[in-house]
Structure formats: structure tokens, C-alpha cells
Design a protein around this ligand. Structure first.
Ligand SMILES: O=P(O)(O)OC[C@H]1O[C@H](O[C@H]2O[C@H](CO)[C@@H](O)[C@H](O)[C@H]2O)[C@H](O)[C@@H](O)[C@@H]1O
Length: 389
């Protein structure tokens, strides 16, 4: 997107991940990505008629997408005495061959830091499933104190931002660290540093002050959608209130409809009701997260664009000596992985305990491995700095 454009960005649907897209040559890549392919595509493009009206839930395979939207965490468990143990050796085998394609960022740590030598790392992280484990109640997705301490520490060494599907306020409530940059609503609500940069010229970017009274740049490219989002929120609340376990979450510029706690036999009802509401809103689109349907404005803005925006705001975009690293677990994080991969800019790290096709380069199994990775980055950087003394 042209950040200087005077228009609200218009959505172009992400093409699904294809082998050719994944195989873009990159000197950053630790190995060839031409190996195994997985039939279960990560980026499900939601079928949409030319009018923008969504197709029927059942006929378009949405139910399948809803069912497969979050892998059961129990499939691969770690047995601390014997490494991995699995209830199903095929599952474990599939996971280990997947690791050949998406090596662990922990076992590849030396490779990553060798590449990072002499470069400034900028760190971007998703929240749910990355910094906090996935839990049944979205209001209780608390971050552990140890994780908070690790994030705080890493932010002392590297510019660090959290880019979440949640509202910015909510994710800030969970994280509570003033030293980070936050982007909520899938990057549609960003608070970045004030600095003379290309991003300042964007019409949707205004000077503001944060909760601490510090001057910041506030970027809200979907601001005009707020009344529509509030209207949809009300309709979705109303039409799902009789479905036990369904939960509608207000993410300010987006809405999430959770079905994790709904009996599986009613998932199609959830999908159909959401679909029926959205029929009246061609300027809104639907994507699938982890047991959640995410409704958001049809604008050409996503987590990938948010990464670019933040890099520009920080004066770090298009610099040869900058290595952005993005860690995330969800489909929406693929947009950020793709920006880093295609621009040959940095590393995407997918958090997953089961094989998934991805634009990421490396993987980590779960938030506890994310924490280990963050701690390793801190140790590495502090020893680099000590060696300079
Ligand atoms: O971009 P993210 O920070 O990963 O946000 C994506 C969605 O995360 C949250 O839902 C997910 O986590 C919940 C808590 O663990 C879980 O209950 C839910 O099933 C997951 O989908 C958040 O509540 C959503 O609004 C975000 O869209």
C-alpha cells in the first residue's frame, strides 16, 4: 500500500499460500523450501461472490474450515524425560518431517544470530497463542509473569511491538508494559513512535498522547467503520445469544465470534447466523482464526502492512542493517510472515505444535518455547554488548 495515498485502502484478497509463493528465493532461508507440501492450506480464502455477499456456510466448506481452525493441543506432547512422546506415532512423524521445513528457532538459534550479527533486530509478536496459551475463555488469556518479564527484558534490547487481533486497549491490559508498541484490531489501530517518517504523512495518522501522556502517532485506517462495526456487533450479539457457548467480542475495528465453547453440532448454526448478518454488509469480510470467526473491514490493511508501518515509524524500514523478526501462531500472522519473506527482509517464526503450511521460516512449538527464544535473544545480545566493552 502506498502510505502517501489519500484514500482508504481497498482490500485485495490474499491469494492462498502456493508452493511458488513459498519458494521465493531468499538468502535468509536456512534451507530449501521446495520439500514436503501439506494439503491443508494455512490461508483459506473465504469464498465471496462478486457482489461481496458471502456464500452459504455449508455449501462452501466453511464448516470444514471452522472445524480445522485450531489443532487439538494434545496431539503432540512433550515428555521431559524422553523428548517427544506422542499418542500417535504418525502424528509425531509428520511433526518431525514438518520441522525439516520449518526448523525450530531454538535449535537454529546460532544460525539466526549469525545472520543478525551487525544488524539491529526489531521484534514483532502476536498475543494469543504466542505470548499467552490458548484458553477457553478469551477474557482469561492472561500472560504469565515470567513471560511478561521476558518480554520486558527483550524490549530493553530491541524495539518490540505486539500486533494482535484484539482491541489495542485489551491487549495492553493483558501485557501492561509501557515500553512496547501496540497494534490492535489486526494492525488497524496502531500507536507508534513520533518520528519524522513516511508513515507520518498518511492521512489516517494523527498525533496523539498515550496513557502515560507521551506524544505518539496514532494510526487508525478503518476509523470510518466504527459505526458499522458497532451495528454488526449488536446484531451478532443478538443472533447468537441463544447458542450456548457462543461469544461475541468487541475488538473495536473488528468483531470476533467465538465458537470454541459451542457444541460442535451447532457450529454450522454459528457460521450460518454470522453469514446471514454479513449479507447486509459487503464492506465487511470474514476470516477464520482459532475457533473464532473474525469480522473486519474490507480495507487493504493487515498485520503485514502494520509491520511495514511500524518499521517506517521507527526509521527501520528498508535498512540493510535491520533484521525484523515476527512471531505468531495464527492465519492473520501469515500476512506479516509474507511481507518479511517476500521483501527478503527478516524471519517469520510460526508458533505451532502441529504441521501447517506457512510463510514463516522457522517455528516454535508453543508460548513456552517463545519465552525461551526471547530469553536466548537477550543473553545473546547482552554478551555481544559485553564483548564490545
Ligand atoms: O492476533 P491474536 O492476538 O492472536 O488474536 C486472535 C484472536 O485471539 C483471541 O482468540 C483466541 O484466543 C482465545 C484465548 O486463548 C481463545 O479462547 C480463542 O478460541 C482464540 O481464537 C481473541 O479473543 C480474538 O478476539 C482474536 O481475534
Amino acid at each position: 500500500m502506498d502510505l502517501k495515498s489519500n484514500h482508504t485502502p481497498v482490500l485485495t484478497d490474499s491469494a492462498p499460500v502456493t508452493k511458488s509463493r513459498l519458494c521465493a528465493h531468499s538468502s535468509l532461508l536456512p534451507y530449501s523450501h521446495s520439500g514436503a507440501t501439506f494439503t491443508h492450506g494455512m490461508l483459506l480464502t473465504i469464498p465471496r461472490k462478486k457482489t461481496g455477499i458471502l456464500e452459504d456456510v455449508r455449501s462452501s466448506g466453511w464448516l470444514d474450515a471452522m472445524k480445522s481452525s485450531s489443532p487439538p493441543a494434545r496431539k503432540i506432547t512433550k515428555d521431559f524425560s524422553h523428548g517427544f512422546a506422542s499418542s500417535d506415532s504418525d502424528t509425531a512423524g509428520a511433526y518431525f518431517s514438518w520441522l525439516l521445513k520449518y526448523p525450530s528457532a531454538l535449535t537454529s538459534f546460532d544460525q539466526i544470530t549469525n545472520y543478525a550479527k551487525g544488524k539491529r533486530i526489531a521484534l514483532f509478536m502476536d498475543y494469543d497463542g504466542t505470548l499467552s496459551p490458548i484458553v477457553d475463555n478469551p477474557d482469561c488469556a492472561f500472560m504469565s509473569d515470567n513471560m511478561r518479564a521476558a518480554v520486558k527484558k527483550v524490549a530493553e534490547y530491541f524495539p518490540t511491538a505486539i500486533i494482535s487481533g484484539r482491541s489495542r486497549d485489551k491487549v495492553y491490559q493483558f501485557v501492561g508494559l509501557t515500553e512496547l508498541y501496540y497494534a490492535g484490531s489486526h494492525g488497524m489501530d496502531i500507536i507508534g513512535p513520533v518520528r519524522q517518517s513516511e508513515s507520518d504523512n498518511h492521512p489516517n495518522c494523527i498525533r496523539s498522547t498515550d496513557k502515560q501522556g507521551k506524544e505518539v502517532n496514532l494510526f487508525q485506517p478503518a476509523a470510518e467503520f466504527v459505526p458499522m462495526i458497532n451495528e454488526v456487533l449488536k446484531s451478532l450479539d443478538e443472533c447468537t445469544k441463544d447458542i450456548k457457548g457462543a461469544k461475541v467480542e468487541n475488538n473495536k475495528f473488528c468483531v470476533s465470534v467465538h465458537y470454541r465453547n459451542v457444541d460442535e453440532k451447532y457450529w454450522d448454526v454459528v457460521g450460518q447466523r454470522v453469514h446471514d448478518v454479513l449479507k447486509c454488509y459487503p464492506r465487511l469480510r470474514l476470516t477464520h482464526g482459532r475457533k473464532v470467526l473474525e469480522i473486519r473491514p474490507v480495507i487493504n490493511w493487515d498485520k503485514g502492512k502494520a509491520v511495514t508501518f511500524l518499521l517506517e515509524s521507527l526509521g527501520l524500514n528498508n535498512c540493510d542493517d535491520v533484521l525484523p523478526i515476527y512471531i505468531g501462531d495464527d492465519r492473520t500472522d501469515e500476512d506479516a510472515f509474507k511481507v518479511l519473506r517476500e521483501g527478503n527482509k527478516g524471519y517469520g517464526i510460526l508458533v505451532s505444535s502441529s504441521p501447517k503450511e506457512s510463510n514463516a521460516v522457522y517455528s516454535l512449538r508453543d508460548p513456552s518455547e517463545v519465552m525461551e527464544f526471547l530469553k536466548s535473544l537477550v543473553l545473546w545480545k547482552s554478551s555481544c554488548l559485553k564483548s564490545l566493552i
